[in-house]
Design a binder for this molecule. Structure first.
Ligand code: HEM
Length: 145
């Protein structure tokens, strides 16, 4: 069970880079689209999907790890680094996933391209602020490292 858990921690570490880089890509794309009053592009939609799907996968992996904690004899509440508690990490990251998903869904239904970029910009900025805040940066930056 510990081996499974440790594998998932490494995968969760790796997926963090998909989320961080996908998020930067999506947010820069949305801000640029808003600033230049551009038409919605396929690339904008792709960046939104990479970010949102990456987040959902990360959420799933995180929840499985959380569920495995009792089996490996760890508390579900302790700190994961000097700054971030596990409860805060899980709670605020869930809010980040919701923010990003609300942005992606409402942008899809927006009447015009300006509104698409606007909704995505606001939602992804909130999501990225929460993500950067809640990543335990003092832990290993590379998976299984
Ligand atoms: C959605 C965005 C999230 C990101 C970007 C993220 C990122 C990270 C990172 C970088 C670590 C450190 C990994 C390592 O030490 O190698 C970590 C640890 C952890 N995360 Fe997340 N996480 C997210 C969401 C969640 C959620 C929603 C949960 C649980 C419900 C969760 C549960 C955990 C657990 C249990 C650990 C600690 C592993 C340990 O101390 O053994 N994560 N997370």
């Amino acid at each position: 069970m510990l081996a499974t858990y440790n594998f998932l921690v490494g995968f969760h570490n790796l997926l963090r880079w998909v989320v961080v880089l996908g998020g930067v890509w999506a947010l820069v794309t949305m801000i640029r689209g808003l600033a230049t009053q551009a038409a919605w592009t396929q690339q904008a939609g792709l960046s939104a999907r990479v970010f949102t799907y990456g987040l959902h996968l990360q959420l799933l992996v995180g929840l499985i790890m959380y569920g495995l904690l009792p089996a490996i004899g760890r508390a579900s509440t302790g700190p994961i680094d000097a700054r971030v508690s596990l409860v805060a990490h899980a709670g605020y990251m869930i809010l980040a996933v919701i923010a990003a998903q609300v942005g992606t869904s409402t942008a899809r239904r927006a009447a015009d391209d300006r509104a698409k970029y606007m909704r995505s910009t606001v939602a992804y900025a909130i999501a990225m602020a929460l993500i950067f805040w809640m990543i335990p940066w003092s832990r290993s930056l590379i998976p299984w490292g």
